[in-house]
Design a protein around this ligand. Structure first.
Ligand SMILES: NC(=O)c1ccc[n+]([C@@H]2O[C@H](COP(=O)([O-])OP(=O)(O)OC[C@H]3O[C@@H](n4cnc5c(N)ncnc54)[C@H](OP(=O)(O)O)[C@@H]3O)[C@@H](O)[C@H]2O)c1
Length: 324
């Protein structure tokens, strides 16, 4: 088969469409014929050599895909999946390829209102948003959630999901066009981080109960100051650095908590539990049309370099898909 490989860690030009051995599904795995994959920021870090795949994962980039079941590996006869099923999948790697072997517990059916290609952009955002907003962050109806990077793949999904839960959504983004897109998706409080201080704005709005954070160190203190009593931060990326001084006094007085997680490094059974939660709690919202995939553009898989360039320049709103 063909896959996108990283010739030498570096810029977008390091990605090339190369012939590689076909994957063979191991115990508990299902072989998927890939229709499309989607670009995630983590793929950029992997291309640069800063985020190697976890042990046992395919070496090619790609944390999600859609396609059809091509073969059942050993031990998956009773998994409920059959050859030809239309699926999308959460991956530990290997989505930028014609075929990928996936643990059966990481497959999801393609929702009926979503096209096969569009479905490639759902698993990573659905699993990340569900696990961080609900399982870790405990978001409830009536609460206010601040989503940093509202125009991102994660952000555009998080806005719709939080709204569907009955939460009030605040976002930050770097352009008025992205903020307008966020408002269309249901965000009520929108802050252009280049021209406005989000901490002050959130305080005027009564504070946030939960913050879905992608900046890490550079936003830690500002995030803490934006929370109301009992507030929580779930950090999922460190785009603003990995360390900062933590004011425990502020945390103690307001009973605040800070969490940080990555999905990719979780063991397969935890990923399967998250996927099962998504199927039960999030997929019905997609079926009902409360959440729709937000696709910025689709490019052929062999143009992965251009897709990475667009992501690094943050020109996109929502997901960038790569098709076969
Ligand atoms: N921990 C996990 O399990 C997990 C899983 C999935 C994704 N992630 C992480 O979550 C982040 C979003 O992922 P993605 O794939 O959706 O990437 P993405 O679409 O590229 O989103 C990154 C966004 O950050 C915005 N941004 C940059 N600086 C900002 C700032 N100072 N304040 C607010 N927004 C800022 C960018 O646009 P503008 O600057 O134009 O607004 C862009 O929309 C990535 O860092 C990714 O690595 C983590």
């Amino acid at each position: 088969m063909y896959a996108i490989t990283v010739t030498e860690p570096g810029g977008p030009e390091a990605l090339s469409w190369s012939e590689v051995p076909d994957p063979v599904p191991g115990e508990g795995e299902i072989l998927v014929e890939v229709a499309a994959t989607a670009v995630n920021r983590a793929d950029v870090a992997q291309r640069e050599g800063r985020y190697p795949p976890p042990a046992g994962a395919p070496e090619y980039p790609g944390l999600e895909c859609s396609g059809t079941v091509a073969a059942l590996g050993p031990g998956t006869e009773d998994s409920g999946w059959s050859v030809g099923d239309r699926v999308c999948a959460l991956l530990s790697g290997g989505g930028y390829a014609e075929k990928v072997a996936v643990p059966a517990g990481q497959l999801l059916p393609v929702p009926s209102k979503v096209g096969l290609v569009e479905a490639a952009g759902l698993p990573e955002v659905a699993c990340t948003v569900w696990s961080n907003l609900v399982m870790v962050g405990g978001l409830r109806a009536g609460e206010t959630v601040l989503v940093h990077g509202g125009g991102s793949g994660i952000g555009t999904f998080a806005i719709q999901f939080a709204r569907a839960l009955g939460a009030r959504v605040a976002v930050t983004a770097g352009s008025d066009e992205k903020l307008a897109a966020c408002r269309e998706l249901g965000a009520e409080i929108t802050v252009n981080y280049r021209t406005e201080d989000f901490t002050e704005r959130l305080r005027e709005e009564g504070g946030a109960d939960l913050i879905l954070d992608i900046m890490g160190g550079s936003y830690l203190d500002k995030n803490l100051r934006s929370l109301r009593t009992g507030g929580r931060i779930t950090t999922i990326a460190l785009m603003g650095g990995r360390s900062a001084e933590l004011d425990l006094g502020r945390m103690l007085a307001k009973r605040l908590s800070v969490h940080a997680t990555t999905l990719r490094s979780r063991p397969a059974d935890e990923k399967a539990a998250i996927v099962a939660g998504v199927l039960e709690q999030v997929w019905p919202l997609v079926e009902d049309g409360d959440i729709r995939p937000v696709v910025d553009r689709s490019l052929p898989m062999h143009e992965a370099s251009e897709a990475h360039r667009v992501m690094e320049a943050s020109e996109h709103t929502g997901k960038i898909l790569l098709t076969r």
